[in-house]
Design a protein around this ligand. Structure first.
Ligand code: PLP
Length: 471
């Protein structure tokens, strides 16, 4: 994603990023830079979920992921209510937990009536431990291990089968277990949308899913596998998508697969249209609202089914980023600064690519604000650097910020998706803590890792142990 930096200004301050207070009707969280509860206190501090961010970092340290309960729940409800409003059949919204898998997040989305999409044994067990019902868990992945498939059959979740090897292995596991296993098939739909453009092709260069050419052979195979109960089909066309047309096209493509399956005696009753709705990382990002996205998906599936004379399937979707992304901010402390006259000023924070690998991986652009001085004018252009031993460890290039002081609490917006879940221990930096904020209370949901946690995984062979020093 490319976005120009916001220009330095003597007029603007960080309060420009707060959600509007004079907006009529519900705000769609994915159209906001900051969580819906974000405000500036009388002391010009950033507050989220009724908690002063300066107090939070004093209590929990930095870097700190601050997750707003209200914003996450609002996004869940807007998805669910959208389906109730626009889809005359049954529907289920799944949370794509790859965006941020931890027990508290899984428990919140479960309490909000969502199912969960998982892609590993780790995500699966996180979902079950958090109380998700097996029939509301969908297990994805292009290379599930034998052990993961066996676990999925034991747990009783739905399995989204990705390829022939998996189909055959699962057939054997189901026979051994003596039970019918509910599956969906992942098929590449010939719609590609990873940028703000999309293309329609017959085949896609993707590691995921069956090629559409294979689908008849798969249906034929399944017709002879009564232990594999094929409920439906799944497709996912990409992430951080701002266009609606790809989803209009997708409804028709998927409904046609249902018609094809009928020729093989398979009555498919579920369509899972994947996730992908984009969010606002900068002022230049203008994604459709959750409501508009759901409306588009529903109308396209209803029209495609009517046109083919098929019954309305149970409709599923699996958003990740648009549910959790806008609900979180990450707070850091500013440390050293380096000014290169005529070139650039760097300000380093106490985290970086280990807690947010998206800028270095995808050149993603974020906005930052100074949580302890929300009213300070944005007079400077500063490059926010991480603390890692990598020149590319830059969180934001040329950010519009006030003049920074060591100890300032710089906070980056919209960090809920693919930050904690992609975090690493590069340079042996322990991963941050996360707190859930709601109505003025902050609750720890992920403990801060310590170097002792990291050392615990190391095994030092006897022969390599340091010799005791002789006195
Ligand atoms: C199969 C599948 N479903 C759902 C998602 C969630 O997508 P997003 O976070 O863009 O909503 C992804 C992420 O790329 C995915 O690969």
């Amino acid at each position: 994603m490319v976005s120009t930096p916001s220009a330095p200004s003597t007029h603007l301050d960080s309060r420009q990023y707060l959600p509007p207070t004079n907006f009529e009707g519900p705000l769609s969280p994915n159209q906001q830079l900051l969580p819906l509860t974000a405000t500036a206190t009388d002391h010009h501090h950033l507050s989220v979920g009724g908690c002063d961010v300066v107090n939070l970092v004093q209590q929990f340290g930095t870097p700190l992921y601050i997750l707003d309960d209200h914003t996450l729940r609002t996004a869940c409800r807007q998805y669910r209510q959208g389906f109730e409003r626009y889809y005359p059949g049954e529907a289920l919204v799944l949370y794509a937990s790859k965006a941020w898998s931890c027990m508290a997040v899984c428990a919140i989305v479960t309490a909000e009536g969502l199912g969960i999409d998982v892609v590993s044994a780790g995500e699966l067990l996180t979902a079950t431990e958090a109380g998700a019902l097996p029939e509301n868990i969908y297990f994805h992945g292009n290379n599930k291990s034998f052990e993961e498939l066996t676990l999925a059959v034991e747990v009783g979740c739905r399995i989204v089968v990705d390829n022939w090897l998996e189909l055959k292995t699962l057939g054997e596991i189901a026979t051994q277990a003596g039970k019918a296993v509910p599956i969906l098939l992942r098929v590449t739909p010939g719609i590609e949308c990873h940028t703000h453009e999309y293309i329609r092709t017959g085949h896609l260069d993707s590691k995921f899913g069956f090629d559409p050419d294979q689908i008849e052979a798969v249906f034929e195979f399944l017709a002879g596998q009564p232990q594999l109960h094929c409920l439906g089909v799944h497709a996912h066309i990409g992430s951080q998508i701002f266009e609606l047309n790809p989803h209009t096209d997708l409804g028709a493509v998927m409904a046609q697969w249902v018609v094809t399956a009928q020729r093989y005696g398979l009555a498919l009753t579920e369509l899972d249209v994947g996730g992908g709705l984009g969010i606002r990382y900068t002022e230049g990002d203008d994604p459709p609202s959750i409501d508009t996205w759901v409306k588009t998906v529903c109308e396209s599936v209803v029209a495609a089914c009517e046109a083919r004379g098929i019954a309305l399937p149970r409709l599923l979707c699996e958003p990740g980023r648009s549910l959790i992304g806008p609900a979180c901010v990450t707070a850091y402390r500013v440390g050293s600064q380096k000014e290169i006259p005529g070139l650039r000023t760097y300000a380093s924070v106490d985290g970086g690519m280990s807690d947010n690998p998206r800028p270095i991986t995808y050149q993603s652009v974020y906005r930052a604000l100074v949580a302890n001085r929300m009213a300070a004018p944005l007079t400077e252009t500063v490059t926010l650097a991480g603390k890692h031993c990598e020149s590319g460890d830059i969180l934001i290039k040329d950010a519009a910020l006030p003049e920074l002081k060591s100890g300032d609490v710089v906070t980056i917006a919209a960090t809920g998706a693919y930050n904690y879940s992609m975090a690493s221990n590069y340079n042996r930096v322990p991963r941050p803590a996360a707190v859930l904020v709601a109505e003025g209370d902050a609750t720890l949901i992920i403990r801060r890792e310590t170097v002792t946690d990291l050392l615990r995984q190391d095994c030092l062979p006897e022969t390599l142990r340091p010799k005791a020093k002789s006195i």
